[in-house]
Design a protein. Sequence first.
Lengths: 258, 606
Amino acid sequence: MRKAATVLFGATMFSLGYVLSHPDEDTLIIEKNANLLPDFVQPMNAKKVDDFNFKSDIAKDVCEELKKRYIMNDEGIYHNFLVSFAMGQRMNKVTDRRFLFMTETLNITKSSDGYEIDIFCADGFCKVKTQRIIDTTSLGVIDYNLSIGYEKSICCMVSKESEKYSLPDNAKVIDGLWNELILKYAVDKNADITSAKKTAFDTVNHITGCKLLSVSAYFAYDFKATENHRINDGHYFIPSASYSNILSALDGGASWNF
Amino acid sequence: MEFLKKVEGRHERISLPTDFKFDKNYDIAVVGMGTAGAIAVITAAKSKLRVVGIDRLNGLGGIGTLGGVFDYYFGNTGGEYEQYNTQCLDMTNKLPIADPNDILPDYSMPGMVKDRIMTDEAASLGADLMFDTVVCGVYMENDKVCGIECIQDSKLTSIGAKAVIDSSGNSIIADYASLPVTGARDWDNLFIRFSKPVLIYHEGKLRGMWHMCGNIDEWDADSVSKRIIYAYTLHPLYYETYKDHKDLYPFECTILGTRQSHRIVAEDSITFDDFKNGRTYDKPLFYAFSTVDTATSDIAFDNPNNTDWRFLCGMQGKGFSQPVEVGALIPKGIKGMLVAGKGAGTDCDVSGLLRMKRDLEKCGEAVATIAIEAVRQNIDVTQVSYESIEAKLRSTGCLDEANNFGLCKTVKRTPDGFIKLELLTEKEAIYDGLAGNSSLAMWSAVVLKNDEKYNWLHEWLNDGNEKVVNNSAVVLGVLGDKAAMPVLRHIVCQPDEYSRLMIHKAICLEGRFCDEEVTLPLLYIIRSFGENLKRPTDDVAEYTKFGLKPVDSVRFAAVALYNICKDTGSEVLKQELSDWCSGKQSEDEEIAYTQQSVLEHLKTLN
């Protein structure tokens, strides 16, 4: 059985902010996939950073690093996946921060001294004992039976290949840092990933002067407001993606205290 | 019936009530829809049987598509997969899609397009595709696999199947079923290094890029997780600054680039010795192409066969074909299950045989064809006759004797196929080859089935041509003939007279011979951390061609000393070697690892 004082679900910006700002706390980040940042970066939900007034030193420091390394410009536009790389490098420097990637969460049970979490990872079925939980995933690792307003989308990336280009009418266009554009298609809440990826892929039938570079493997979620729900004593559901952008989510995590 | 699973790394089995019923039932279940599994699920679905495909990711093609490894489209031609490649090529050429370098037929495949085409095909053929789903256990009735357990959206689902295809790439079903598996190299039980690819759009071309990120065991959650974070610190994920950067990074791949993982112990596993000894096969399903994987960075710790081929004989970069029979795809003593892809039954040194994409796809087709026949005839997969599937595999081109080319010059195909190499058999040709440092001559001499060859090689140990002498000694060393020892010993004891490449070879072989006479020079090498071998006359090009670095002299010497220590039982040497291992730790990570791993081995000596 693994033990941690605090378990964070989702290797999101919020989670990274939390663990970076709590260096003395025994934390464990549990992530379903093999990558960091399933909240903004992996779904290509690249919302520009429009407010640089951060509460935490960590958010200020990361912001400064992204600008210094030319990953983000002064307008808050960044090259999407480079943020994930930069955060991975930062996490590697913090040697005692624990992650469990490629891990499914099956159940969360309240116990007398905290929580027992049933997970499935490369070691098989395992238990994690913890005092506190923050679930930062977009929809929650288990169903909390909450009514939350959000929109679901799928994104793809195209490169501008000439001065004159045209894009599909039904896509929201997000400017990239360099020569890339991210196209975002709203999909039904019940849409499955296969049909959603097809929607994004079909961009190729409606563009000129651009080339399709990639289709996201993750859904993007846009929330009406920053969500923060107390599920139980010491158990919170705070979707990182409900923050307005990567750095506000990082700042939110870095500033959070139970 | 029993349910078998892993709990906290340990195997558990649970007896099920007699009235147990699966949540869903299929004829064929394909676990893992990567390069092999994608074609397996499509081939199976074409039969109109009830087919389910399960994958952790949300697309088809695994490392070759969502994993960004578009390049390396090597392997043999022919099979169901070719039509999807053709469709990919057409779509990529017609539509505004960023295309990879050197697009088909012989190098790259646009992964995003292939995922789309294969997913559409599998779905339209009626296969149920369960994405974002992991398999967490296996159902068995005595010695027969009869179902699997999955997790999707945090919920468990049991799936019954008449035939289960494990195309997970790491023998996950065999693991849950507590079956014996084989895996990494012998010295330190490490698999070949993995990578964490990303897509890069560079000068109008889209390609995957990666860096070797170290060794992982895919069955160890903590080590995998640590390595994923570490991987972010390496090129191409790391640049100090992106000022004036021209490349775009359009995708962070959702699957790790694992080259080698756990493999089943099969009814008839394929071994490197099969190839070396020229074993013949009666019932091939297809012919695979193999390189002996060159992705290890510390050849001194690799298995002897690997070292013989790549380094001692210099065959790195050359390849060979090998027939794959059904025995390599069925776990020993188990019914109801087949394995496709990297988890199939091969030994460590020939695991590259089922790593090239075309061959993995052929493997998926072959395995699905067997499963279909088993279901149709209502027999077990182990009972399917070769005659009942041979014609089908020939009709698609999956099985084609033209692919059985034997040795070839390089891993890249020409438009006419691989460039074949003929083994040398004549004395004069082998002599000339040894005089010219020909790797083909070295390998030919090793595998030549001719007792006379020992006479030739012994004779050449006294030849006037130094290269012939040295290379003959290396070949005899590979063959385990102690007649080579005086020459090899001289090279180790008088290193200034030889190239570094030859010194490394001599140390490696002298270590195998456990020659006490070289103990002192070897101790000198490790204590100076190889510095004593540095000199301006090094032939750098020859040396680095084999991926060798100065640190390798220390590795080879340390392993050789350990072998001598083990063979002689010398307490003095054990102490000296232990002192070096546990003394001043090198700042060089690779030497520090050598110290640590040799020390662990020394601890096992009585």
